[in-house]
Design a protein around this ligand. Structure first.
Ligand SMILES: [Zn+2]
Length: 412
């Protein structure tokens, strides 16, 4: 697999981004060289563009599928034959892939990884893809290469070019801080980051084993210094095992204590902690920077309540090294449970079955939202229509949703 290590020399970076030279992977990386390995791959860009076009054309698709007008307008310049080839590919994606999740569907992760590894292959001969998908991509490739790829390739290059001085200035500090805070060493090899014009509806996502962030270079929220936060945020997804374990342990202790009847928080608290941490670190290093979650209203819109306030109070002391991960997160879990007395009443849970294609990802939450109505039992109201999947393999997924009683006689 050709690999392009991230180097701080602009001449080498130019060579790297234009995909015209290759470098052997050095045995060890130091400084900013050891952080990221940026790729600007043709096939993975085509794949995400088709995926988003198919989603945008589907009724009831995800909230945030935005096709740039410059890309939509280009459709008018396709010849009849090119239009037929392109529409066949979009139709295939709409029928077969657009309802599958890029992050939680292991088959979609395999497709992405194969296409990333095939970035220099003109014919996809080595790629382990279904014959149908390979045929669709090979037919659409000349159209994409002629009409969209030059612009997309250039946009990706620009994004990495703007990120480079930020990495040179802050990258080593960020890497060291994250390794210290999460108590996980930074990988010995640079983390591969695929720059794409279109990612998922959240603007970025990270698949694990191996760790591979895919980041949209045109998403408005990923520009300027936010690109630095996003690159480290996405990479941090591979470092959260200790945080998740500490939260689980604190929740278990709180819910099993004889004097308490609290139910688990049912929220992606680890992801809130991740958001806070990478945003806070960048804000400490880059004066005037407003963290992604603050700027984009996630604390108000997605995690309304006192979450940010408690994370700052309980988790920030760990960031500064004053308390352990477990102590900080135990305090945080207990504060959140105490703050949400409604959650301490006894909600009822009901399992429901959905086909694996019947979900869309909730905005940058790592959660899924069913595309079909959830059947709410009489006298109950749905607590939260999203859930965090544990596995999306197989044809159906059993999802557990919480309901609270609404009739006064049922309240306790
Ligand atoms: Zn994230």
């Amino acid at each position: 697999m050709p690999r392009f290590p991230y180097l701080c020399c602009s001449l080498v970076l130019l060579c790297l981004l234009s995909n015209i030279c290759r470098a052997d992977q050095p045995a060890e990386f130091t400084g900013t060289q050891g952080i990221f390995d940026f790729h600007n791959g043709f096939w993975v860009n085509l794949h995400h563009f088709l995926y988003c076009q198919a989603q945008a054309s589907a009724p009831g698709g995800p909230i945030r599928v935005h096709i740039d007008p410059a890309d939509s307008n280009e459709m008018a310049s396709l010849s009849q034959v090119e239009g037929d080839d392109w529409h066949a590919a979009v139709s295939y994606y709409a029928m077969s892939l657009a309802k599958r999740d890029l992050l939680f569907d292991s088959g979609m992760v395999d497709i992405k990884n194969q296409l990333e590894d095939s970035e220099h292959a003109r014919d996809l001969e080595e790629a382990k893809l279904s014959p149908e998908l390979k045929s669709v991509l090979l037919r659409a490739a000349p159209v994409y290469r002629r009409h969209w790829w030059p612009r997309h390739e250039s946009l990706n290059q620009e994004w990495v070019r703007h990120l480079q001085p930020l990495l040179d200035r802050y990258g080593v500090d960020m890497r060291q801080a994250l390794a210290r805070i999460y108590e996980v060493p930074w990988p010995s090899r640079p983390i591969r980051v695929d720059a794409v014009v279109y990612a998922n509806c959240a603007g970025a996502y990270t698949t694990l084993f191996p760790t591979r962030p895919t980041i949209s270079t045109t998403d408005a929220a990923n520009q300027g210094t936010a690109a630095l936060e996003m690159a480290f945020h996405e990479s941090s997804h591979a470092m959260m095992e200790g945080v998740r374990a500490a939260i689980d342990s604190a929740e278990k202790a709180a819910t099993l204590a004889p004097s308490k009847t609290a139910t688990p928080l049912h929220r992606d608290l680890w992801h809130e902690v991740l958001f806070y941490t990478s945003g806070e670190l960048v804000a400490e290093l880059a004066p005037g920077y407003i963290p992604y979650a603050d700027k984009n209203g996630l604390w108000a819109r997605v995690w309304a309540g006192a979450d940010r306030e408690f994370i700052e109070k309980d988790w920030k002391p760990h960031i500064s090294g004053a308390v352990s991960i477990q102590a900080a997160l135990t305090r945080l879990v207990n504060d959140l449970l105490s703050f949400s007395p409604g959650r301490i009443s006894t909600p009822s849970s009901f399992d429901q079955q959905f086909s694996t294609g019947a979900f869309v990802e909730s905005f940058h939450l790592g959660k899924l939202r069913p595309m079909q109505p959830i059947s709410t039992p009489p006298d109950y109201e749905l607590v939260d229509p999203t859930f965090e999947p544990t596995s999306m393999e197989g044809r159906t997924k059993s999802a557990t949703f919480d309901f609270n009683p609404i009739a006064s006689g049922l309240r306790n």
